[in-house]
Design a binder for this molecule. Sequence first.
Ligand code: IVH
Length: 662
Amino acid sequence: MNADQERLLVLRREIEHANFNYYGLDQPKISDSEYDAMLRELLELEKRYPELVTLDSPTQRVGGIVAKDFPKVRHLEPLLSLDNVFNAGELREFDRRIRTVASHVQYVVELKVDGLTVILTYEEGVLVRAATRGDGEVGEEITANVRTITSVPLRLKTPLRRLDVRGEGYMPKASFARLNEEREEEGLVTFANPRNAAAGSLRQLNSRITARRKLGYFAYQISGPAEVDIGSQAEVLRYLVEQGFPVDPNYKVFRNIEEVISHCQELTLERHNLPYEIDGLVIKVNDLGQQRELGFTSKSPRWAIAYKFPAEQIETEVRDIIIRVGRTGVLTPTAVLRPVLVAGSTVSRATLHNMDLICEKDIRIGDQVLIHKAGDVIPEVVRVLPEKRTGQERLFEMPVNCPECGSATERKPGEVAWRCLSKVCPAKQREAIIHFISRDAMNIDGLGPAVVQQMLESELIKDAADLYNLESFQLYKLERFGQKSAENLFKAINDSKNRGLAALLFALGIPNVGEKASKILARYYLTMSKIKEATAEELQAIPDIGPTIANSIVHFFNLKSTHDILIKLETAGVKMTEAELAYPQLFLGKSIVVTGKLQRWDRRMIENFIEEHGGKAASSVSKKTTFVIAGEKAGSKLTKARELGIPVLTEDEFERGYLDKD
Ligand code: IVH
């Protein structure tokens, strides 16, 4: 190695070190100009020795143009999110659930920085990939952009074969304010909040733009390293700091939930003083052994919870109350509001749910009210401000006739909902089509409620199946459609034919059958014709399918209207089957409980194995359990299995029976 090459390595180390002091510890030891001089010198040297430019060099952070759209990455394990709580009572309830499993618990409370999840993958100690969370299973690869975040280390202090780090990419309040000022001057649309700005910046095709946006990153979770011995979340955070990651320094460990609650209350007041926005706090069981014992539900860990700050409440006026008719004929009263900005977006409508609620809250047309966003998303009226009444306010009454078709409406005894009694109410038909095309159903891009309305009015379609018989010249005739947009929509409709059985089942809108049940059914039966033939008894034997869903399915498939629409869809070429799954479905229809400590499997691994192979990894033993896998120190679940006479397998027996079948 010559002197230049040696100098190059020294510079890299020093720049990395300076980055860490600056971004990780917030304690810069050298001036900006010294830093710039080092970086310039390194760039010079790398120009002379291009063969020495490595992925982890600090110069690679500056970035260039990302070639095309972001490639998709499948995460090693699905990335779950957290359940939310909103007050002290719900925190105590969370603690009570924890303590049924773990008698002494310590909690770590971290800030919930409002940005977006970014997963970093290190191989042999070098950052090789960064990805967004996406839908939890598949995210987007944004490596080039994440490299521009100077606080993200490109190399670990102690290399490991593989380490995955989960954390939050965010935009500090100051960068956000500056960015929006600049955009305003340039006549560009401003970002609604720092989270949108951070997400927009990380999805830039030009990394130089990302680099200028001055984003930050906080790491909080790791997975993968069998080599490191870590026993608690506090140790995870210390390990991350040691490896050069920025970790939010405001985390604290507490001995009980009451201490956690007072900390939450303090931060509710102090949060505005932080240099970045937070939308809550994350409370985690500190001990990783206890975390494993507590495990996960299908959506979120049982050992952690997000405490969301009380929603912002804003005053506005109820200008009118209108009725929306849903796809099941339910009439939902909706408040038309004077538009106001709440938690980052403009709100002009709020659902009032039903007549009982309007009476309970005594909401009248013309009232001044406080509104908030429930769970930070759905606008709702919190309460009326009766002191602001002028006497001009009007009481609201449910209409006796459907506002869409004029048919009689009815409220059945024991139900809160009023319904339109017509079977052919145009609103029901319209809403059924809007549900059919929605994102989680057939996901037809470029087709929204307004276009559906137009298609119905111009009699291009009567039901969802008619969409598949449209020609692109017919779409071209729609208002505001050009040749290109008509062709795009035609293609989107055509593409949706292949969404598969689960999406189609959900799209059909079978009462009580949501997205999850649709997936279970599709996985179990693989074809529509088998579901059509299933009896209620057969359906109920499937884990997670209860009598209500089972009866609803049987009833739905007995209807003539179902028969007709299925024939139309099938003739149009809509796929009625689910793709064959990657793994043999060894545990189809089986519900399996894992308990105690296993030698060769981590709890998460074995549960994933069961689910990938078609089974349900259940958390408690019941009559529906097919078998139990019991490890060391198995307790009450094992006893219960024995009481109910459910087969119990050891780890060895399980592996002998199922492992080589892949
Ligand atoms: S833990 C398995 N810790 O909040 C659970 N999340 O729904 C992993 N977030 O998607 C999440 N700060 O984007 C965790 N200190 C923190 C966090 C945090 C922000 C975000 C994250 C996640 C969402 C929770």
